[in-house]
Design a protein around this ligand. Structure first.
Ligand SMILES: *Cc1c(COP(=O)(O)O)cnc(C)c1O
Length: 414
């Protein structure tokens, strides 16, 4: 960062501090992962200055030859990675990808059936706080409180009475696999389009360690920075018959130019996702989540849905005398970084956040395995049981720092 240090020492220093934070803390945020250095090189490349509108071969500015090639490469690799009929790699984010899907086939005022936020759904699935909630008439399904699993019968019943134009499956905090076949049958039974938002689990699907929604859905969206490990940016996969509508909905429908440096990073991650090393990380992510859930359960903590099939573990922290916010805070002071999360039980209790959400993607990318999950489960339990005891917090902070040294993320490259 020679130039940055000269042009802007303040920002250079913050980047350095952020790197130190990443190296020295445990990232258990389910919506994060550590991206390979090659991704960061692509993101920091000269492609960041290229202006593109339109699609390869049909641009609105000159000088797009290399940008065309890199976008074609990203599309080709993504199509083969997921077995998709059509791919659009231009969405700025997962939310932008979802917007484009909606506006490709829906009209303002159409009905959408999606998962409720407090049961794990996402803001961009029609929540009132999002533009998507203002544009569409939305109803939500949820999980059964006892099992923590999607209530498919309720989804089917709601579909029959509500007659949505689109059914959405996919969630931000739902640790179980979704029965895409069942959901697609429900969508078909009412002639609704079927969108699967696999933002969180894209990397697990890419590595083939969990089932893919692609054969079942009309549209699949995801973001590249979560389990996918590829830095930021959204992607849409769809059936060929929607190709033209999707491309028009992305540009010029919902976006202007798309960042070519991000498209280049997408191309890189779609290549890396085919390697044995990537598959190993994703397999380890699953194994680590299952192990962590079990270890926490042995300590008497309540795990939502009694376990996990993905990278996520949802934990009820209230029996330890904390709420999610306080747990997040005290764990961060011990170097364990995660986020508070509403639980299905919090529904209707305004402001209540009873849980924390844990993800194992970052830890697994660092090379940690089940032995380290034992340690981490122990620390989580110790901190929550002694959240007022600064001595305990400092002890754990030291142990966390030691472990981080043994598993560097980037080492000392900069
Ligand atoms: C994270 C997430 C998104 C949003 O992705 P952004 O790139 O942050 O806009 C969309 N849908 C789901 C289910 C998510 O978990």
């Amino acid at each position: 960062m020679l130039h940055l240090k000269n042009d802007d020492p303040a920002v250079a220093k913050l980047i350095h501090k952020e790197q130190t934070r990443i190296e020295g803390t445990l990232d258990l945020i389910a919506a994060e992962n550590h991206a390979p250095c090659s991704i960061r090189e692509a993101l920091g490349s000269v492609f960041t200055t290229k202006t593109i509108e339109g699609y390869p071969g049909k641009r609105y500015h000159a000088g797009c030859g290399h940008a065309d090639e890199v976008e074609r490469l990203a599309i080709l690799r993504c199509r083969s990675l997921f077995g998709a009929e059509h791919v659009n790699v231009q969405p700025h984010s997962g939310t932008s990808a979802n917007l484009a899907v909606y506006f490709s086939v829906l009209n303002v005022g159409d009905r959408v059936l999606s998962m409720t936020l407090s049961h794990g759904g996402h803001l961009s699935h029609g929540h009132q706080a999002s533009i998507t909630g203002k544009c569409f008439e939305v109803k939500n399904y949820g999980v059964k409180k006892e099992s923590g699993r999607i209530d498919y019968q309720a989804v089917a019943d709601m579909a029959q009475t509500f007659r949505p134009a689109m059914l959405i499956a996919g969630a931000s905090s739902y640790p179980r696999l979704i029965d895409y076949e069942k959901m697609s049958e429900i969508a078909r039974s009412v002639s609704a389009y079927f969108l699967v938002d696999m933002a969180h689990i894209g990397g697990l699907v890419a590595a083939n360690v969990i089932p893919s929604p692609v054969p079942h859905a009309d549209f699949v969206t995801f973001t590249c920075y979560k389990t996918m490990m590829g830095g930021r940016g959204g992607v849409i996969l769809c059936r060929q018959k929607f190709a033209e509508k999707i491309d028009k909905a992305v540009f010029p429908g919902c976006q202007g130019t798309s960042p070519v440096n991000t498209i280049a990073a997408k191309a890189v991650i779609f290549k890396l996702a085919g390697t044995p090393a990537y598959k190993q990380v994703q397999a380890r992510t699953l194994e680590n989540a299952a192990h962590l859930a079990e270890a926490l359960q042995k300590k008497g903590l309540r795990i939502i849905s009694n376990g996990t099939d993905t990278h996520q573990v949802l934990v009820d922290v209230t029996p330890r005398g904390l709420d999610g916010g306080r747990a997040e805070q005290v764990l961060e002071s011990a170097g364990i970084v995660l986020n508070q999360n509403v639980l299905p039980d919090d529904e209707g209790r305004k402001g209540a956040v009873s849980g924390i959400r844990i993800g194992t993607a970052g830890l697994s990318t660092r090379g940690m395995g089940t032995k380290e999950m034992e340690l981490i489960a122990d620390w989580l339990d110790r901190i929550m049981a002694n959240h007022l005891d600064d001595g305990v917090i400092q002890d754990v902070r030291r142990e966390v720092a030691d472990l981080c040294c043994q598993f560097p993320v980037y080492g000392t490259e900069e």
